[in-house]
Design a protein around this ligand. Structure first.
Ligand SMILES: [Zn+2]
Length: 305
């Protein structure tokens, strides 16, 4: 069946090259590799999806998370090639809030040569905070058994995840990271301007034929586990915010692919007519609110193979 193409991070001289990030040239190569004539405009894809007229070969471009690197790097290439896309936006970051995962990713790629360089600094930070606590925690850590189901992790990957998830937990981890960021002379508030688009940029996208859709308000990683009333608030706030900037959205994508039957009912209640998953997994009795998407990482690997 037809599916969307899902893009996340892009790099250039300004936006650092994190894991999975591609350049403007990679993006252009990828679009040509896919076939420009197969990529429908976002508006046409939407119309055809809703009326059940999509052909299996039809593709569309989608961007999640309102990342500034997408606007700065991918959008000019699309304009050059006469393409439009779906942009799925979580509103909290346009209202001045931050999303720690994205901030930490930026910090790691911008301030450290590689991931091991970051790990060493992170372990040092923990050691200086509480050397005894760290020693004690590491006594119950074994790099041979911890996360053994992920053979591609390095010893440092395992140690980092153990300390983050078992020893620290989310609140202390966020605190330690915030400390490291300020030690490097950065203020977390500075990150919003570098990482995410603003409302003027969303309006610009809309005015050139792009389609703006929902992606929840604060991007919970496990939205489907929230009480239904909280899920409804997540989408209502997202809807109200986007409606005030670009008009009432009719499309969405599921943050971290997380949704339940209740989530789909909430989306229908808001007038959402079409929504995307974030992978190609088989979904039994797939609805139009669960369209598949291929991750750009997979297309890139296939193209460069
Ligand atoms: Zn997302």
């Amino acid at each position: 069946m037809s599916h969307g193409l899902m893009f996340h991070h892009f790099y250039d001289d300004v936006h650092p090259k994190g894991q999975g990030a591609i350049s403007a040239q990679d993006f252009r190569d990828m679009l040509i590799y896919i076939g420009l004539d197969r990529i429908l405009s976002a508006e046409e894809y939407f119309e055809k999806a809703v009326s059940g007229e999509l052909k299996p070969t039809d593709r569309c471009l989608t961007f999640d998370d309102a990342l500034l690197c997408q606007y700065d790097i991918a959008y000019p290439v699309m304009q050059d090639l006469g393409l439009t896309a779906f942009w799925f936006v979580y509103s909290s970051v346009l209202e001045g809030n931050i999303e720690p995962l994205e901030v930490f990713r930026y910090f790691r790629t911008k301030f450290f040569d590689d991931i091991d360089d970051f790990y060493i600094a992170f372990f040092d930070q923990l050691s200086s905070e509480d050397p005894d606590g760290l020693d004690q925690a590491l006594r119950s850590f074994d790099s041979k058994t911890y996360l053994a189901q992920f053979p591609f992790y390095s010893d440092n990957d395992r140690k980092f995840r153990f300390l983050r998830d078992v020893y620290l937990g989310p609140d202390k981890y966020n605190f330690i990271m915030a400390q490291m960021i300020s030690d490097n002379g950065m203020n977390i508030a500075d990150f919003t301007d570098r990482l995410w688009m603003n409302e003027a940029q969303l309006k610009e996208l809309k005015s050139t034929g792009n389609v703006i859709g929902l992606h929840s308000y604060s991007h919970p990683t496990r939205l489907h586990e929230l009480p239904v009333s909280d899920q409804a608030v997540e989408y209502q706030k997202n809807f109200d915010h986007l409606k005030s900037i670009v008009g009432a959205p009719q499309t969405s994508s599921h943050p971290c692919n997380s949704y339940s039957k209740d989530t789909l009912d909430i989306l229908r209640g808001l007038g959402i007519k079409m929504s995307f998953c974030s992978n190609m997994s088989v979904v039994p009795n797939r609805t139009i609110l669960e369209l598949p998407r291929e991750d750009h990482i997979n297309i890139y690997k296939e193209m460069r193979a």
